[in-house]
Ligand binder design. Structure first.
Ligand SMILES: [Fe+2]
Ligand SMILES: [Fe+2]
Length: 148
């Protein structure tokens, strides 16, 4: 009886993790689309700085998405690719604020995902997620510096 409950717990820990990774995957894809949009269309002096900052991050965010998609499949999960399109924004300042908020959101999500990966017992994934979390923290801090 206890054994069966353990198996079920393991399965639900795995499904929670896969669902969470799909959420992360879509946020990464949204970052790729938003950074492409913002880096190509930001104007003014701040826009110039933002372009320099974001252009370099597009590939990094895409690599994050590729890693997550492969991991979901490796875990036996289904990919749920359904990103929201970037909002139309007028000023570079608004773009920057949206990008900072989005980076802070993914930091929150990866913090939660690390706990789920630990619970599931995938130490390798924990380490990879910690690397992603560190990179997103760099992104958030670099963007926040632009606004000071
Ligand atoms: Fe990312
Ligand atoms: Fe990022």
């Amino acid at each position: 009886m206890a054994k069966r409950a353990t198996k079920r717990d393991k399965r639900s820990a795995k499904q929670n993790l896969i669902d969470g990774l799909n959420e992360d995957l879509n946020l990464e894809l949204e970052a790729v689309l938003r950074y492409l949009h913002h880096s190509a269309s930001a104007t003014g002096l701040l826009g110039h700085e933002l372009r320099e900052e974001l252009k370099g991050d597009i590939t990094g965010e895409l690599n994050h998405a590729v890693f997550l998609a492969d991991k979901i499949t490796a875990l036996g999960g289904q990919l749920d690719i359904n990103p929201s399109m970037p909002k139309k924004v007028r000023t570079a300042k608004e773009m920057m604020q949206i990008d900072i908020a989005a980076e802070r959101q993914v930091i929150k999500n990866y913090t939660k995902r690390i706990v789920q990966a630990e619970k599931f017992g995938d130490k390798g994934l924990v380490i990879r997620l910690e690397d992603l979390l560190a990179e997103e923290t760099d992104h958030a801090e670099d963007l926040e510096r632009l606004g000071r």
